[in-house]
Design a protein around this ligand. Structure first.
Ligand code: NAD
Length: 305
């Protein structure tokens, strides 16, 4: 079975590795945090202290790190993938990053003779654990075909959305929609509550009506109707406010770069920013309901937005 060097063994990377191990791949993990490397070894993988050592043994590289800056360092740094991977190694970046950095890394990989795809995911930690991620893949047909069997071990849906960088473009648009819809839903529930409706009545009506959405069905921002939603465990993060803010800001910078007017997303981004600035960055993003409904204490709340 092929060997995968997996770089970034955090909240998402670790359960993705578990599913690759289950599928029979040899997984060699790399992470800056020693405890993250140790838990992969405890799960049956191997770990190396450097990217260079791991990729020198690999047929496939997958990266799952926070931002574009991290991805550039992982691939283009002196200890990085492009310097040390064997010829013919398939490169897959599943991090969520901006389109420009994604395309720049892809071009550098291609120039160095590698096939690379961007394959960011939709679905948070539970989907990663269950092997039910959605992959939005950018790259050539040949790259997609090589990556597909590996991605299928971690996800249930693969969409080849276009050329290099298009996976990131699609992911940014998807999360812009998710971020806006959570704010819109929070406004609707707040109004319903003030009009005398209870949460269960709202849920039962809306899920069968035209107000139905993923935010309501999977991440219902109030306790009760959806037992698995973070609202039932004090908003412990499935998908953190800080990561949603990062993605909303990626959407705003992409909108600016393409002269696209996105006033609704801009307003939603400002609310996530306010929540993060007020110390709620580690909470689940559905905590935004408490900001919208006026329950959360906010720092420097000038009520300007
Ligand atoms: P995380 O912070 O839990 O994990 C990232 C890991 O990368 C960390 O353990 C860090 O030590 C490691 N890392 C960073 N730079 C490194 C380097 N140079 N070498 C080796 N390791 C390095 O983040 P996460 O929640 O797993 O998210 C990873 C990516 O997936 C992000 O881009 C995020 O936006 C995206 N994402 C997250 C979720 C989610 O629900 N958490 C859902 C979809 C997409």
């Amino acid at each position: 079975m092929s060997t995968i060097a997996f770089i970034g063994l955090g909240n998402m990377g670790y359960p993705m590795c578990q599913n690759l191990l289950k599928a029979g791949y040899n997984v060699i993990g790399v992470d800056l945090v020693a405890t993250n490397r140790e838990r992969l070894v405890a799960a049956g993988g191997q770990a190396k202290a450097s990217i260079a050592e791991a990729v020198a043994l690999a047929d496939i590289v997958i990266s799952m790190v926070p931002t574009g800056k991290h991805v550039r360092a992982v691939y283009e740094g002196p200890d990085g993938v492009l310097q040390h991977a064997r010829p013919g190694t398939l490169l897959i970046d599943s991090s969520t990053i901006d389109v420009e950095n994604s395309r720049a890394v892809n071009t550098a990989a291609e120039t160095a003779g590698f096939v690379m795809v961007d394959a960011p995911v939709s679905g948070a930690v539970p989907a990663a654990q269950a092997g039910k991620l959605v992959f939005m893949v950018g790259g050539t047909d040949a790259g997609f075909e090589r990556a597909a069997p590996i991605l299928k071990c971690m996800g249930t849906s693969l969409v080849h959305v276009g050329a290099a960088g298009c996976g990131q473009a699609m992911k940014i648009c998807n999360n812009m929609m998710a971020g806006m819809s959570m704010v819109a839903l929070s406004e609707a529930i707040t109004l319903a509550e003030r009009l005398g409706l209870d949460y269960q009545a709202v849920y039962d009506s809306m899920t069968n009506g035209s107000g139905n959405c993923w935010a309501l069905q999977s991440y219902c921002p109030v306790p009760g109707p959806v037992p698995a939603s973070p609202a039932n465990r004090d908003y412990a993060a499935g998908f953190s406010m800080a990561l949603m803010l990062k993605d909303m800001m990626l959407s705003q910078s992409a909108a600016a770069g393409t002269s696209t007017s996105t006033p609704t997303a801009a307003r939603a981004a400002a609310l996530y920013q306010k929540a993060a600035d007020s110390g709620y960055g580690d909470k689940d993003f559905s905590f935004i309901f408490n900001v919208v409904s006026g329950r959360a204490e906010l720092k420097n709340d000038s009520s300007t937005d």
